[in-house]
Design a protein around this ligand. Structure first.
Ligand code: AMP
Length: 170
């Protein structure tokens, strides 16, 4: 019987030399383990207190939408450049392996006041920090981050001014 941690495979030097890429997609090949994971992510207390979820492009959408369904919470999206129509709020950030920017639809953000952020993996914390700055600049409250994997040695959680719940720490 496989366990969640057996399904997070490491690919050395992907997408760049020096990066140990943790692939979470194999989890979806095991529906029982995926279901257990979503149940655990959905039972989180700060999620219960939040009005909505914001999930991050692209693997965050897989876990975020399953948690949204299970917890009956609305979800909005933080997306990479060129993906979202309409009026956007945008911010640049540094990634473990490069630079990028994220955008949120202003109209979607206006509807809710408190959020939980969902992503697949926390590394340096740059990505989540970008989303939290976008939200906090609009005076939105962030109750926490729920992530599948946390890379402990990168100390991403130290960048964040809200609680972090990770399902696996590597
Ligand atoms: P960071 O901004 O450094 O916390 O990086 C987190 C984001 O980048 C997540 O959305 C991950 O999908 C991706 N990411 C960063 N580092 C890795 C890694 N070592 N393995 C897999 N995904 C990663």
């Amino acid at each position: 019987m496989k366990k969640l941690e057996d399904l997070i495979r490491t690919y050395k030097d992907f997408p760049k030399k020096g990066i140990d890429f943790k692939d979470v997609l194999e989890i979806l090949q095991y529906p029982d383990i995926f279901q257990d994971l979503i149940l655990k992510m959905s039972s989180n207390q700060f999620l219960k207190n939040a009005e909505a979820i914001i999930s991050i492009d692209a693997r965050g959408f897989i876990f975020g939408s399953a948690v949204a369904l299970k917890s009956s919470k609305p979800m909005i999206f933080a997306r990479k450049p060129g993906k979202l129509p309409g009026q956007l709020l945008k911010r640049d950030y540094d990634l473990e392996y490069g630079k990028n920017s994220l955008s949120i639809q202003s109209d979607a953000l206006k509807k809710f006041n408190s959020f939980v952020i969902i992503d697949d993996l926390l590394a340096t914390g740059g990505t989540v920090n970008c989303v939290s700055r976008l939200l906090q600049d609009q005076r939105k409250e962030i109750l926490g981050l729920i992530t599948v994997v946390e890379l402990k040695k990168m100390e991403g959680r130290l960048k964040l001014n809200f609680p972090v719940q990770s399902m696996i720490t590597l």
